[in-house]
Design a protein around this ligand. Structure first.
Ligand code: ADP
Ligand code: MG
Length: 260
């Protein structure tokens, strides 16, 4: 099975709305999600009323997807009106209330705008969700339970797999990058995944990942996202356009041949 933006972000009214992404710091989660968001924004199957919001308390790794990350609720609402992707850089002290307001807004859109679908990606989700049953904010609980029938999905991104049992029960898939060693046991107990074997396999290729579908209980391994080569820009900020040179004489013939 291919890993497509639809597998990861697509709203599916028939299966739970939470998708979890975990792996140690630096294992490639953000690069992967950034790439998938870029692909999704070009994918017509998502429809014109699809919206993605990245709630990024780290303020790092998604800013190239937008003109400017938003920092307050008004900016977020305004950006969502116009653009498919919104990257929110919340103030850490107001992060929870800001998240609540965004969830409210997404619900409002889903209930009032025809064909609206959306995904909310919460980076460092353990900032908001504790492992106890009571340790989950009401807004996230509401999103996880009612979001599915409204065409919304929720991606929880975290370094550890020690998430909340309640969110686990609302999950549809796990996308796993290199895991912290102590989590192998928890993976086995919770999902029946052999964490040590998975880690050994993921260690063969840096930034590779595994996708565990919680409906079929199938685990698939994926090659790392290929990053485009860095573009070298002149340091003074100027950019010269290269003029296409059209060859003449015998070279023209060679050139034409190459084009066909
Ligand atoms: N697929 C990849 N190919 C090459 N380098 C990668 C890839 N994914 C991540 N990296 C490198 O590793 C760094 C950390 O990745 P990142 O996605 O930020 O990790 P995480 O979000 O899991 O902490 C990136 O800045 C990049 O240099
Ligand atoms: Mg990251």
């Amino acid at each position: 099975m291919n890993m497509t933006p639809a597998t990861l972000f697509g709203a599916d009214k028939t299966s739970p709305c939470v998708r979890q992404v975990y792996g140690v710091s630096g294992s490639g989660k953000t690069v992967f999600l950034n790439h998938m968001l870029r692909e999704a924004s070009k994918d017509r199957s998502f429809g014109p009323m699809w919206r993605a919001v990245v709630f990024d308390v780290k303020h790092s790794g998604y800013e190239d997807l937008v003109k400017k990350p938003t920092t307050n609720h008004m900016e977020t609402i305004r950006n969502m009106k116009k653009h498919k992707i919104t990257v929110v850089h919340p103030d850490i002290e107001e992060a929870q209330s800001s998240l609540d307001a965004i969830i409210n807004h997404m619900f409002g859109l889903a209930q009032s705008v025809e064909d609206f679908t959306g995904v909310l990606i919460i980076e460092e989700s353990s900032t908001y969700i504790r492992s106890t049953v009571g340790g989950i904010p009401a807004s996230i609980k509401r999103f996880a339970t009612q979001g599915r029938s409204l065409g919304l999905s929720l991606l929880l991104v975290n370094q550890r797999s020690l998430s909340n049992r309640w969110t686990d029960s609302q999950s549809n898939s796990l996308t796993m990058f290199r895991q912290p060693i102590p989590d192998a046991d928890a993976l086995k107990k919770k999902w029946g995944i052999n964490g040590e074997e998975m880690n050994a396999k993921l260690a063969e290729k840096p930034f590779s990942f595994a996708h565990f579908d919680l409906e079929s209980l199938n685990i698939s391994y994926y090659n790392p996202i290929e990053l485009p080569p860095p573009t070298l820009k002149p340091v003074d900020g100027s950019e010269k356009k290269k003029e296409a040179k059209v060859p003449k004489g015998p070279d023209l013939y060679k050139w034409l041949q190459k084009m066909t």
